[in-house]
Design a protein around this ligand. Structure first.
Ligand code: GLU
Length: 304
């Protein structure tokens, strides 16, 4: 697949959703994605995943924060909202191959059906997969626009993760296009990573379980799956995923405490075991001492 930037197919990326400010866990993931990409001679791309939940001003602050930490990226920032024809083309391809079906289920119906015994955790139970033409007409007549789902040919798929090794996870009939017409995250991410020449995906390990369905979908579209590195999340002192309410968790909050972006970079580096106490470091210095094999898979507990 041709690359959109310069014909090379080696790139890593950071792909934030502009739903709010980046917190220290997100910034740590961005730093790791940058280190993984730069240390392997890859370009580093930033893609704004703005198909959903956009908060005005969030994108600008996210990009400012990355730049303030000294994380640079190549080329223009790409926006998913400007790439709808690419997603449409991928969906059309799957439709032509007979690999899609309309789904009329509500969220509530799915939750109820998915909690049935023997249903794989979190998987769509296939309620609308084999509706007869008359059943389908009946549901269409309710007037609620259907979602479009993938007719998956497997329940499981295996990916390789640099940190987690061989990982096998659930593949279900995932949503390709939501009922409101918006392309689904799993589809967009697969299309974009391939179209942008991204062959290394570094992101939070909350998305590890999504990697098998994404890699499977890439295969159906004739696209290569990237190398994955799912990195540990930041947690609060209670062991829950770090969130806005957990104190001074954004660069702006930290600035309010008198901590510069360089101080915050030092904190992130310390959390990765890459600096001694209070040492001030640049991203370039971290790159010189970066060793992915030394990365702990344990979450970073902030505020301890
Ligand atoms: N946009 C997603 C997020 O901010 C990340 C998706 C990905 O890295 O694949 O959680």
């Amino acid at each position: 697949m041709p690359n959109e930037v310069d014909g090379s197919t080696h790139a890593g990326r950071f792909a934030p959703s502009p739903s709010g400010d980046l917190h220290l866990g997100n910034l740590r993931t961005a730093l790791l994605a940058w280190l993984f990409a730069r240390s392997t001679g890859r370009r580093f791309l930033v893609r704004v995943e703005d198909l959903d939940r956009v908060r005005p001003g969030a994108e600008e602050r996210q990009l400012d924060d990355l730049a303030a930490l000294g994380l640079d990226w190549d080329g223009d920032v790409v926006h998913q909202s400007a790439r709808l024809p690419l997603y449409d083309a991928a969906i059309a391809r799957l439709q032509r191959a007979g690999l899609t079906y309309e789904c009329f289920c509500t969220r509530k119906e799915i939750l109820k059906a998915a909690s049935a015994p023997h249903a794989p955790a979190g998987a769509y139970p296939g309620t609308c997969r084999d509706l007869s033409p008359s059943e389908r007409d009946e549901r269409r007549a309710t007037g609620r626009p259907p979602a479009l789902r993938l007719r998956a040919g497997t329940d499981l798929f295996t990916v390789e993760d640099v940190l987690h090794g061989t990982y096998t996870g659930t593949v279900d009939d995932l949503v390709l296009r939501r009922g409101d017409g918006v392309p689904a995250y799993n589809l967009a991410v697969v299309v974009d990573d391939a179209a942008q020449g991204i062959d290394q995906v570094v992101r939070g390990d909350d998305l590890l379980s999504s990697a098998p369905r994404q890699a499977y979908l890439a295969g159906l579209l004739g696209l290569p799956a990237p190398a994955y590195a799912h990195v540990p999340l930041a947690l609060n002192a209670e062991g829950k995923r770090l969130a806005k309410r957990d104190g001074a968790v954004t660069l702006a909050d930290q600035a309010g405490l008198g901590h510069t972006p360089r101080d915050v970079l030092g904190m992130l580096a310390r959390s990765l075991g890459m600096t001694d106490d209070e040492e001030s470091v640049t991203p370039q210095q971290l790159l010189d001492r970066w060793d992915p094999k030394a990365l702990s898979l344990d979450p970073w507990v902030y505020g301890m």
